[in-house]
Design a protein. Structure first.
Length: 242
């Protein structure tokens, strides 16, 4: 895979939309802020949750992210929410459970929108600029980059097994899978050592170089201000009333 293809993995919607073009720091702060507002609001929280849902829907429409993409990527939390819903008849605090489910959906939608409008390398770049620990962002960046290399290596080994007519009929005949897993681990470890030595020989100083510098513009400020004006007054008013 090319570097551009790897960089764009996970991005959905219209890459030329105003939301996609925003500084990744603005999207990270704004969408995380929506989650924080939704999670922190006390009961009754439905007015704020409705406002959060409206804000996320507006972002999705502006980014032209289809609803089916949001539903497919957010489906990971549906089993947990289904279990919560099934327990409602047996719990006296069914309102609290429903509120928790709504907050979980809001946080999931925020994360899905961030992933759909911002590539993973750009999220890491934003975290670096926001003074996240450099060790954590560097490890995450290397894992993301070389995960595809390891997956391709595993695919070639699988093809080699099939070319040798490997088709186990029972667990006793699956020993080759263990040997392949060990070989893949050793190859990955050896590649990691080579990458480490190559980075040190090139004067790696603890952070990865970036070709594009981030700069907050008027659109980024307007995006954050719009989210703040739409959600913070409701959140503060509900907190005072509680």
């Amino acid at each position: 895979m090319s570097a551009h293809a790897i960089h764009a993995i996970g991005v959905a919607g219209d890459p030329a939309s105003p939301v996609h073009r925003l500084d990744p720091r603005a999207k990270l702060i704004g969408l995380t802020g929506v989650t924080v507002v939704a999670v922190s609001v006390p009961a009754p929280a439905w007015p704020v949750l409705v406002a959060c849902a409206g804000a996320l829907a507006a972002v999705a429409v502006a980014a032209r992210v289809p609803a089916r993409v949001l539903a497919a990527r957010g489906a990971v939390v549906l089993p947990l929410l289904g279990l919560l819903v099934l327990t409602l008849p047996f719990r006296p605090d069914d309102g609290a459970v429903a509120l928790a489910a709504a907050k979980a959906l809001t946080g999931t939608a925020s994360a899905v929108l961030l992933g759909a409008t911002t590539s993973f390398p750009d999220v890491l770049h934003a975290l670096e600029r926001l003074r996240a620990p450099a060790v954590a962002t560097t490890i995450a960046a290397l894992m993301y980059r070389y995960l595809f290399v390891i997956a391709d290596e595993a695919r070639r080994m699988r093809v080699a097994l099939k070319a040798r007519a490997y088709a186990p009929r029972s667990a006793l005949q699956a020993g080759a899978i263990g040997r392949v897993a060990v070989a893949l681990f050793l190859r990955s470890h050896d590649r990691g050592e080579r990458v480490h030595l190559a980075m040190r020989s090139r004067g790696h100083a603890g952070s990865l170089p970036r070709l594009r510098a981030l700069a907050l513009g008027r659109a980024d400020v307007a995006f954050l201000a719009a989210l703040a004006c739409a959600l913070l007054p409701l959140r503060v008013a509900l907190g005072v009333a509680a």
